[in-house]
Structure formats: C-alpha cells, structure tokens
Write a protein that binds this ligand. Structure first.
Ligand code: K1U
Ligand code: ZN
Length: 182
C-alpha cells in the first residue's frame, strides 16, 4: 500500500488540515467520486493522515476537512503504522448480525455514544496508488469504515441518537464554539 508518511521528503511538506465541527452544515454535504488519483489527491491523503494521527483519531473522511470527495483514511493498529486509504469506497457485502458499538467523532469532540453497526463489511475501493482492492473488515475496522462512509454521505453519528440527545449535543457544541471564539 502507498504510504507517504514513510517518505522523509514528503513529511516536511505535510500539513495539519482544519476540521469541521458539528453542527456545521457543510458536514451534511454528499461527497462526489474522486475523478483521478493524482498528485492533488496524494497530497490530500498525506495531509489527512497527518491530521488523523495528530488528533489521535482512528479514521478521517475528506468531508471532515471540507473536501467533498469520496476519500477516507483509517488506522486502527495499536502501533499506528498501518494506514488504510479508501478512495471511492463501495459496500459490496454486509453481515446480517449487528451490534451496538461505542463511537466517537473528531468533528464532535468529547461525545461518545452507542451506534448499531454491521459486525462485518466488505468494501471495494481504490488505494492511494489508484489500484483496485477489496477490504474484508470486522470488529473496530468494520465500525470505523461504516462511520467514515457515513461522513461521505453527509451523515454524522449523532444523527443515530434520539432528537433529545442530539439537541443537547448541538447546544453543548455551539456553546463551546462560542467560548472558543471569545
Ligand atoms: O471520523 C472520525 O471522526 C474519527 C473517529 C472514528 C471512529 C471512532 C470510533 C468508532 C467509530 C469511528 C475517531 O477516531 S474518534 C476518536 C477515537 O480515536 C476513538 C473513539 C472511540 C473508540 C475508538 C477510538
Ligand atoms: Zn466522525
């Protein structure tokens, strides 16, 4: 798999990208397919990986950095050294079994709650080199892929929660955003 994070010449050019925070309406934009895996996309991948690692996240969708193209980066490894890049991902299989999993989101900091997800999924996608691949995922990787693919469809995990919880989270987020502006 292509990994720009291992290339010293590229590390110095990598940048942290600003995140969108709930309830920013831009988080509800439906992403368009990536037309070509070119140098612009490779730079975006490197910057998204750096942003995800810096924020201690296990995944990041391009939507969250205000780029509305179908691109996801993930790393669920303990050592944080196994980046997975999914471009134009499509779900080709889901398990019948589902489970409630505790989720968080870099766009909704400090909020964790349970979301029902398929136990296992298979997705087809392009990797960072533009090569087709099929990923069979279970456990945390399956949960993370479903969470990130939701972002590409403009869906934030709090939308699975009750309207009461979602409104409380919205008020809390707006309050902390106002306080940060001061
Ligand atoms: O998309 C994101 O906002 C990243 C998000 C991914 C995610 C975490 C947990 C379940 C599903 C998807 C995060 O990385 S949140 C922060 C985090 O590292 C984390 C939170 C809960 C469990 C495991 C990791
Ligand atoms: Zn998220």
């Amino acid at each position: 798999m292509h990994c720009n994070t291992r290339c010293p010449q590229l590390i110095k050019n990598m940048a942290l990208l600003p995140l969108l925070y709930f309830p920013d309406p831009k988080l509800h934009t439906v992403a368009k397919p990536v037309a070509a895996v070119d140098s612009r996309i490779r730079t975006l991948i490197a910057n998204m990986l750096q942003t995800m690692y810096d924020a201690k996240g296990i995944g990041l969708a391009a939507t969250q950095v205000n780029v509305h193209e179908r691109l996801i980066v993930i790393d669920v490894s303990e050592e944080r050294d196994q980046p997975l890049v999914l471009i134009n991902p499509q779900t080709i299989w889901t398990s019948t079994e589902t489970h409630l999993n505790e989720e968080g989101c870099l766009s909704v900091p400090g909020v964790y709650d349970g979301v029902e997800r398929f136990d296992a999924v298979t997705v087809s996608a392009l990797d960072g080199d533009g090569e087709s691949r099929v990923v069979e995922a279970e456990d945390l990787l399956a949960v993370c892929i479903q969470h990130e693919m939701d972002h590409l469809m403009g869906k934030v995990f709090v939308e699975y929660l009750s309207p009461l919880k979602r409104n409380r989270i919205k008020k809390k987020m707006l309050k902390s955003q106002r306080e940060e502006e001061r």
